[in-house]
Every structure is written in structure tokens, then in C-alpha cells.
Design a protein around this ligand. Structure first.
Ligand SMILES: Cc1cc2nc3c(=O)[nH]c(=O)nc-3n(C[C@H](O)[C@H](O)[C@H](O)COP(=O)(O)OP(=O)(O)OC[C@H]3O[C@@H](n4cnc5c(N)ncnc54)[C@H](O)[C@@H]3O)c2cc1C
Ligand SMILES: Cc1ncc(C[n+]2csc(CCOP(=O)(O)OP(=O)(O)O)c2C)c(N)n1
Ligand SMILES: [Mg+2]
Length: 588
């Protein structure tokens, strides 16, 4: 908890220009930008900043690896919509951030990373723990800076925040030399304010294009709205819903779009793409109009482009001009903030009857079916789907679920039905294993009142399991569900389908995760049968502190449907008929 003295000190600096050391300026500027929590790890060059920290009302979370710091900042940003902050020392400290920065870059997440570097006179001399971190991170940051004067620290950090959160968000790195930390300068927060962002010349929505879009919607017989990550980033949930309800157009979601449109809404079709619902992918191939809202036609979403949605005209509403016509050629591009564009578009849209198309899609569900876990007899085997289904049921779809990467990530997307934005936190674009545990720490710090669940594979958990110590040290109430299939499951699945079951390097021996949790003072239990799932989930929820459940699930289960790489959207591999976990539409 910040002390009164710290708050008073920071406030005084923000209102009255004062001479401070560069190290103090770092914290004073962060506080001015609204930061109260940072994730970091100290070392020689960043020590002046750590020494000054005691004077400022900032909670520092000591991570166990700097990759964790970047993921925590990222999870913090995804859960709250605010900018997350990670701190690292020079050399290995800063290079350890790189995977986390790239993860944030690929999913357009606003984080600011502050690193220290050797003194400016030593730059370029291969000094101890010197790396060119601005060079290294150039391709994976939205922007980065090297600062070597104390007076430049405040304007640069303020500019970094502006860049991170404006237009298409993304990570920004500020590398500060040790002499800049030690020297002093006048700190004038107001004067350090960046100039307002000049709108990109292409960020202009032509009235003519809005009319064209409205006309395409009016004429369409088989339209689909795509809700992507941009819906949440723009805060356009209400506008997307209004568009769907007024026009009776169904909504398909990307992985990162889940939660942007309520799962229980009658117009929600579910997830599209490689592991999306079969009826969604079929409907896209039959559609005559796609209205893409804040999504970037990732290859996991389109399958082979040559055969993608050939019958459909396309409207793309997107804030980044570089995304227009990048993967999919579109008929109308509305370049701007999704919420603002939809607000301009909505008055041009009138009600239409969508019932024929909705009925066609509904009928196609019968053939391709809902995976209805609850109607299946208990065969004595535990499937990840059971676990996720029960977790969704018991938490009533209200938890923040932070997933790692692999099969469990796809099962979570399929069986946990997200009603609200920012309740699914997952690495989509980079697909970074090891993301979930640290990102959940960031999410919990951002939203302490929220119930936070980690859903993680036995492989990915071991990549950043050291952050259990961070959970213990910070006394965080985070529940961890390890979906333990004894394999790097998603890779094993590819080996099964495409490499003649040559399970090279995918069987995985793990420690006893419950004992590992115990070693951290964290409660836990193992679950082997479906009958035990609900009780374990309840026990985790009831526990005062963090809780870990090791779900020992079916080892060679696969995620269905699956579009093989290079195949078209409708060419999905379906579950073999006699497989125990049959997809059935009985409950429809
Ligand atoms: C193992 C694995 C399997 C996967 N399988 C699937 C799958 O089956 N289906 C699937 O959908 N994904 C899948 N993914 C995820 C996939 O790789 C992509 O990350 C995801 O599809 C991207 O979704 P998106 O385009 O909505 O989000 P992003 O990649 O975050 O793109 C968001 C877009 O919105 C724009 N935007 C941001 N803010 C605004 C704003 N204010 N206004 C307007 N536009 C804005 C951005 O410029 C960007 O172009 C998988 C990932 C993994 C790791
Ligand atoms: C850092 C990293 N290395 C490798 C991969 C490739 N990869 C994708 S999924 C996966 C297997 C994940 O295994 P596990 O964590 O056990 O999850 P499961 O698929 O079994 O649910 C691997 C190795 C990756 N995505 N990230
Ligand atoms: Mg696994």
C-alpha cells in the first residue's frame, strides 16, 4: 500500500516543477500517467530507479523472470484496458522481455517497457550487460526510444504512453542510460505533455463509403458480422450489438473477439476459423456479405485465401490502414475507430428480415452439431471439455479466464462461453506458451475483485511455473487449472494427423504439480474423473488463497474441427464417428 508521504511527494512533483534525478523522474512520470503497479526485476543499471522507488506510490511486483514481467503488464492491460508497465535491467534483463513484447505486439496490446542501459559514454563498447535493446526490439515494438539525458525522460515516457494507447495499441520500449538516471533535471509534468496525435491521413471515413456499406447491407441475403479484438479495444460492444439486432445479422467471432458479443445472444454463432464451429465456417463460405469489425483476417481465421468466402462482398472496419486489403481484398474499407464508424453507419441502416438466412444456418447445425458434453454418458474418462464445461457452468461464465497456448486454449474457446469483454485473456497472434500464469497475475492485479482462472497445459505451465513464487509472495487469489494430457498436445495432434503418429519430442514428463504448488504454500489437488471436477472447482473457489488443480485428462484427445494448413475453410477434419466424445445435436 502506498503511504501518505509517497502520495504527497508524487502529487507535489506533479503540480510544482521540481529538480529531480532521472531515476525519480521515471517514477514521477509514471505516477502522472496513472500508473500504480509495475512488474519488474532489478539489476545493476536499473538500480538508481529501484533506489528512488521508495519515494513514490507505486506497487512493484517482483517477477521471477523478465518474460513474466512483460506478460504481466500485458495481462494487466488486457484485463483493464489501461497501459501495463514492465521494468528490466540492461542486457539479459531486457532481452528476457522480448517474447513478452512480441506477444503484445501481435495482439495490439498497450504496454510500456522501461529498461536501463549502460552509461551513454559506454554505449557501443560491449560494456558489461550492454545490448542494443532498441535495435533488438525494433520489429516487435510499435515504437521504441533510447534516452541518454535526464531532461528527456519525462517527455519520452509520456510520448511512449500516448503511442502505446492511441489508434491501434501496441508495446513501446523506453531504454534509459544509467547516467540519465543519475543526472538531474527540472521535472515539469505538464510541459512534458506530448503533442496531440495527428490523425493518420487515411483515417477518414468517406460519406460515400458509408452509403455504399449501408447499401451492401440492405441488399445482402446471407450476411455475417465478424466481431474481432477491435470490438473490445474500441469499446464498440453496444454498437456491434445494435447493428446485429437492427439488421438481424448473425455474428461470428475471432478467438480474440470472444466476449465482445455475448455468447448467449441468439445472434451469436460462435468462433470462426481453424478450430471454429463447423457451421460458422460453412456459413462464411456461403455468405454474400462479410462485415468485418476490428479483425485482421489472420490465417488461422481464413484458411487458404484462394478459396476464402468467394461469394461474399466484404466491408472492413479497421483502424490500421495497413490491414486493409492485406490478406483479403475488400469492397468497402471504413478506416477509423470501430465505435465511431459504427455510430456514423447505424443511422443509415434500417431493419431487415434475416429469418431465412438464420434458419439456414440453424439447420446446418443439425448436421454438423453442437458438442454437447452434458448429455454424454460418463465413460470413466476425463476430457478437457468436461473440465471447461463445468468451470463455465460453476462460474456462470463470469470469471476472467487466462489461457495458455495449445489444445486446452482451443477447448476453452469452444466450451467456456464468454458473455463480457476482457474475460478471455489469451495469446492469439504469437501463440506464446508460458503466457497464462504471468498474464493472470497481471489480470488479477488489475482487477482484484474478479475471479481469475488460469487454464494451462502441462507443457506451457512448465515454461513459466517459477511465477508461482510471485503469486505466493503477492498473496494473490488465482485459481489454476492444469489440463494435463502428458503431451505437448497440440503438436502431438499435428503429428497424429500429418506425421503418421510419429510422436517425436511431444510426450512430456512433469513434476507432481500438486506437490509443486505445496512447495509454494499453495493448496491443490489432482482430479482423475469427471465426477470429481465440480467439487474441485468449488474447492478452489472456496479456498482463501491461490489453488491449483491438476486435471489428468485423456492423453490422445484431439481438437475438432480442424482446418489443415493450406485447406479451405470448409475442408475441416471432423471427429471420427466412433470417437467417445461424439458431437451431437440432441440438445438443440
Ligand atoms: C493454437 C492457436 C489456434 C488458433 N485458432 C484460431 C481459430 O480457430 N480461430 C480464430 O479466430 N483465431 C484462432 N487463433 C488466433 C489467431 O491466430 C489470431 O490471433 C486471431 O484470429 C486474431 O483475432 P483478431 O483479428 O480479432 O484480433 P487482432 O489480431 O488483435 O486484430 C485486431 C484488429 O482490430 C484492429 N483494431 C484495434 N483497435 C481498433 C479500433 N479501435 N477500431 C477498429 N479496429 C481496431 C487492429 O488494427 C487489428 O487489425 C489461434 C491461435 C492459436 C495460438
Ligand atoms: C514458446 C512456444 N514454443 C513452442 C510452441 C509450439 N507449440 C504450440 S502448442 C504446443 C504444445 C502445448 O502443450 P501443452 O502446454 O501441454 O498444451 P496442450 O496442447 O497439451 O493443451 C507447442 C509446443 C509455442 N506455441 N510456444
Ligand atoms: Mg499438454
Amino acid at each position: 500500500m502506498a503511504t501518505n508521504a509517497q502520495v504527497a511527494n508524487a502529487n507535489a512533483h506533479l503540480t510544482t516543477p521540481t529538480r529531480l534525478t532521472g531515476a525519480e523522474i521515471i517514477w514521477a512520470t509514471l505516477v502522472g500517467e496513472g500508473v500504480d503497479t509495475v512488474f519488474g526485476y532489478p539489476g545493476g543499471t536499473i538500480l538508481p530507479a529501484y533506489d528512488a522507488l521508495r519515494k513514490f506510490p507505486v506497487r512493484h511486483v517482483l517477477v521471477r523472470h523478465e518474460q513474466g514481467a512483460a506478460h504481466m503488464a500485458d495481462g494487466y492491460a488486457r484485463a483493464s484496458g489501461k497501459v501495463g508497465v514492465a521494468i528490466a535491467t540492461s542486457g539479459p534483463g531486457s532481452t528476457n522481455l522480448v517474447t513478452g513484447i512480441a506477444t503484445a505486439m501481435l495482439d495490439s496490446i498497450p504496454i510500456v517497457c522501461i529498461t536501463a542501459n549502460v552509461s551513454s559514454k559506454l554505449l557501443g563498447s560491449d560494456a558489461f550487460q550492454e545490448v542494443d535493446i532498441t535495435g533488438i526490439t525494433l520489429p516487435v515494438t510499435k515504437h521504441n526510444f533510447l534516452v541518454n539525458r535526464a531532461e528527456d525522460i519525462a517527455p519520452t515516457i509520456r510520448h511512449a504512453f500516448q503511442i502505446a494507447r492511441s489508434n491501434r495499441p501496441g508495446p513501446v520500449l523506453v531504454d534509459i542510460t544509467k547516467d540519465a538516471e543519475i543526472n538531474s533535471a527540472l521535472f515539469d509534468f505538464e510541459a512534458a505533455k506530448p503533442r496531440p496525435v495527428r490523425p493518420h491521413p487515411m483515417l477518414r471515413v468517406e460519406q460515400e463509403d458509408l452509403d455504399k456499406a449501408a447499401e451492401l447491407i440492405r441488399q445482402s441475403k446471407r450476411p455475417i458480422i465478424f466481431a474481432g479484438h477491435g470490438v473490445t479495444e474500441s469499446g464498440a460492444m453496444e454498437q456491434v450489438r445494435a447493428l446485429a439486432e437492427r439488421t438481424q445479422i448473425p455474428v461470428a467471432l475471432t478467438l480474440l473477439g470472444l466476449g465482445g458479443f455475448p455468447a448467449s445472444h441468439p445472434l451469436n454463432l460462435g468462433m470462426m476459423g481453424m478450430h471454429g464451429e463447423a457451421w460458422v465456417n460453412h456459413a462464411i463460405q456461403e455468405a454474400d456479405l462479410l462485415i468485418a469489425c476490428g479483425m485482421r483476417f489472420d490465417d488461422r481465421v481464413t484458411g487458404t485465401l484462394a478459396q476464402y468466402a468467394q461469394k461474399a462482398k466484404k466491408i472492413h472496419i479497421e483502424i490500421d490502414p495497413a490491414e486493409i486489403n492485406k490478406n483479403v481484398k475488400v469492397d468497402v474499407a471504413l478506416v477509423g475507430d470501430l465505435r465511431e464508424v459504427l455510430e456514423e453507419l447505424l443511422p443509415r441502416i434500417s431493419g431487415r428480415d434475416g429469418s431465412v438466412w438464420l434458419k439456414t444456418i440453424e439447420a446446418s447445425k443439425g448436421a454438423v452439431a453442437v458438442r454437447d458434453i452434458k448429455n454424454l454418458p460418463d465413460s470413466g474418462h476425463l476430457y478437457a471439455a468436461h473440465v471447461i464445461h463445468d468451470l463455465w457452468r460453476i462460474t456462470e461464465g463470469n470469471a476472467v479466464v487466462v489461457t495458455d497456448v495449445g489444445q486446452h486454449q482451443m477447448w476453452e474457446a469452444q466450451y467456456y462461453h464468454h458473455e463480457k469483454p476482457r474475460t478471455l485473456i489469451t495469446s492469439g497472434g504469437l501463440g506464446t506458451m508460458g503466457f497464462a500464469l504471468p498474464a493472470a497475475i497481471g489480470a488479477k492485479m488489475a482487477c482484484p475483485e474478479q475471479e481469475v482462472w488460469v487454464v494451462v497445459g502441462d507443457g506451457g505451465f512448465q515454461m513459466t511455473a517459477a511465477e508461482l513464487s510471485t503469486i505466493a509472495q503477492e498473496k494473490l487469489k488465482i485459481n489454476i487449472a492444469i489440463i494435463n494430457n502428458g503431451y505437448l498436445g497440440m503438436v502431438r495432434q499435428w503429428q497424429e494427423f500429418f506425421y503418421e503418429r510419429n510422436y517425436e519430442a511431444t510426450p512430456l514428463v512433469s513434476p507432481d504439480f500438486v506437490k509443486l504448488a505445496d512447495a509454494h504454500g499453495i493448496e491443490g489437488r489432482a482430479v482423475r474423473t469427471r465426477a470429481e471436477v465440480a467439487e474441485a472447482v468449488e474447492a478452489a473457489r472456496a479456498a482463501k488463497g491461490a489453488y491449483l488443480i491438476n486435471f489428468l485428462v485423456e492423453k490422445e484427445e484431439s481438437v475438432y474441427p480442424m482446418i489443415p494448413v493450406g485447406a479451405a475453410l470448409h475442408e475441416m477434419i471432423r471427429r471420427p464417428e466412433k470417437d467417445p466424445l461424439e458431437e451431437s445435436a440432441d440438445d438443440e
